[in-house]
Every structure is written in structure tokens, then in C-alpha cells.
Design a protein around this ligand. Sequence first.
Ligand SMILES: CC(C)(COP(=O)(O)OP(=O)(O)OC[C@H]1O[C@@H](n2cnc3c(N)ncnc32)[C@H](O)[C@@H]1OP(=O)(O)O)[C@@H](O)C(=O)NCCC(=O)NCCS
Length: 175
Amino acid sequence: MSAPSGWIEVAVGGLAAWLRRAGPGDGPAVLELYESLGDTSRYARFGQATPRLTATLRRSLTDFGPDPLWLAFDGASAGRCVGEARVVRSRHGGPAELAITVADAHQGHGLGAVLGALALADADAGPITVTIAADNGPARRLAARAGVALRWQDGAHVGRVRQGPPHPYDLGCAS
Ligand SMILES: CC(C)(COP(=O)(O)OP(=O)(O)OC[C@H]1O[C@@H](n2cnc3c(N)ncnc32)[C@H](O)[C@@H]1OP(=O)(O)O)[C@@H](O)C(=O)NCCC(=O)NCCS
């Protein structure tokens, strides 16, 4: 089966995935991804125990504004969202923030880097940071591989993913 026209089809670490920008009807797919995450991944993503997705969190995850949001679907079971990356603009004038989420069963194939690179390539020029919980080894390794220098700040690892204009090799992956 091949990806619908206009989608980006990738094979990373033996995993076939179809990627595209999120659209207005993608809220349920994104929520399904987050509902599927185990405790460890939810903790890693939100930096705190998140046993259930509150109404506020559900709204913020699905309130797609102008910020870049890319989705990955499993190429083998068309339709299931297995990852997303977004660059969220700060409401207070600080740097935007990159956040990446990959479904538990799809982690460890390199999909996070591809998603992150696509979201970054779509982001407005300007600084973008990433905030990684203290014990989030996979995210720290992903950042290290992308050359992001992390520093310890307010109980988390924080690093500049991008200082200024977009770079095609952000996160080590061509856009
Ligand atoms: C962090 C995350 C986005 C990485 O995405 P990914 O597609 O799994 O990334 P990669 O396949 O490139 O793996 C990154 C590193 O973590 C390791 N890794 C990935 N999943 C792992 C797992 N479940 N257990 C242990 N190690 C894992 C990989 O081996 C790799 O390490 P390496 O570079 O030394 O080989 C993904 O693990 C995830 O969604 N985690 C939960 C949410 C989260 O933490 N988001 C980041 C905060 S913004």
C-alpha cells in the first residue's frame, strides 16, 4: 500500500510511516495517539504524571492554531496516528518550544527525528527550545544526536534547537 498523494512516505529503522501536516479534522487521531501512550511516555512528554488527559489538556493538544504540527501514520495500518511533532509559540514572547511524541510501539526507529525536522522546517524564523524531563533518556539521546546542547534549568534539561532562521538539517534530517 502506498501513501495518499501529497503525503511524505518514509522508511526509518524498518518502520514504514506516512507523514503530513495536521489539518482541522485531526483532533481525534491526535487524542487517540495520546490516549494510547503508557505512563512512562506520558510522564516523559508532559514532565509529570498524567494518568488521564484532562479537558484542558485535550483542548490544548487539539487546538491547532498556526503553529506547525506534523503527524505520522503507520504505513502498515493506514489511518492510525503513531507520532506527532509541534512547535508551539510562546504566549509570553520567549522562544517557541519543540515537542515530539511517538507511540510506544513505534519508538526507537528514528521516527521522532524525522517528525521533529519537519515541524522545525515549517516553523517561523526565530529561536526554538526543547525541554526534556530529568529522566527522559530517549529524548536526551535524540537531542544529543542532533547536536543540541542541553543545560540543567528549573528541574529539566533545556536546550536551543535552533538559534535563528530555519536550517534544512535541523535535527539531523533534511527537510
Ligand atoms: C523521545 C521520543 C520522541 C524519541 O522518538 P523516537 O522515534 O523513539 O526516537 P529515536 O528512535 O531516534 O530514539 C532516540 C533514542 O532513544 C532510544 N529509545 C527510543 N525509544 C526507547 C524506549 N522506548 N526505551 C529505551 N530507549 C529508547 C533510541 O535507541 C535512541 O537512542 P540512541 O540514539 O542511543 O540509539 C520518543 O521516545 C517519545 O515520544 N517519548 C515519549 C514523549 C517524549 O518524551 N517526548 C519528548 C519530550 S518533548
